[in-house]
Design a protein around this ligand. Sequence first.
Ligand SMILES: [Zn+2]
Ligand SMILES: [Zn+2]
Length: 417
Amino acid sequence: MKITKAVLTALLLGTAGVVVCMASGTSGESKKEPGWVKNIPAEKIIEWRRHIHQNPELSYEEMFTSEYVSSILESFGNIEVTWPTPTSVIGILRGDKPGSTVAFRADMDALPVPEETGLPFSSQTEGVSHACGHDVHTAMLLGTAATLSSIKDQVKGTVYFIFQHAEEQSPGGARDIIETGVLNDVDAFFGLHIGPGRLPGLIGILPAGPASTASDGFYLTIQGKGSHGSMPQMGVDPIVTGAEIVTALQTIVSRNVTPGEMAVITVGKFQSGNAPNVIPDRALLAGTVRTVSETTRKLIEGRIRTVIDNIANANGATYSLEYASGYPAMENDPGLCILAKASAIKILGSDMVFDAPRMTASEDFARYKEIAPECYLSLSTGPGVANHHPAFNPDESSFINGVKAEVQIILDYLNSR
Ligand SMILES: [Zn+2]
Ligand SMILES: [Zn+2]
């Protein structure tokens, strides 16, 4: 990334921290808003969001939502609309000036959660609701697309607006879209998630480096040989074998992972046997693995396989092991984080921007790092219950700041190249 004046300023501010930013008076100086702010269709964004909210669709089933998004993008008149998969949409805006290609991603799917917000525009689909706020992501990115399409003459390069399906369900929609090759020309990816907890409208910049965890799982069946509880020599005890495995797995994080690097292995399921005097013939174990680096992720998988294989063999048991790779960890690019923070401060003021902690959840936005550097942000939607709660109800007044940040980040990224 070319270092521009804005990026350089951000670098200094970023190093000094938010408190120093506020003390330096950056907040007060940046209130002169650029012309494009008046082009943000604020009322439409609320209308779109409420319509999507009322018509939620589960992962891989986003038929209505993708059609709705596509029709809105087409109404702007200068956005090329493509369908990489049956329920995902990408809007492409080619600016009047040549330049790089940047993508902003919104996810569109809802959850199998019955809504309990009591809102007049509550879900009309029983048992399904936008409890994670993807309706808001979609509406805000439509607002961003509308705003940038209105200033196409000022856009230096190409913008991809990714309306992704199926974030909530592994293997996730990002993988499907990446596999089509439609994003191969993208130079940088940005994404944003809403969440409660702080004042509405605050933009959080997730840390550079690992910004979320990779989430993998394993499912193990140990096949032993049943016997009478008083005659263990006649059987192969899967409970003893499983217990040895559980204990040995505890040494992977403590003995193999670099101290200080976050990693978790939890065996959350261990089922076997029905009676105190019977040695059962099998045991079922399952666990979850959380990591923040690909190296450790691979290391742990390898060690788990080795531990299970050797202990099962040593005990004379056989086994079947399914190791399920979930979403990788997000890897926030340091340069993009600096740029995003500077952009957010420029358009909203430093008192509206904070350094967000790493997400403990996982996100398939992480997969876009296979193509180009990525940066993930958060938008605070005020007090209230957490995402995925039936009563999740973001404050609509916060959305405008999300759109302002998205537009400014896209413009600044393209201008920095
Ligand atoms: Zn979610
Ligand atoms: Zn989500």
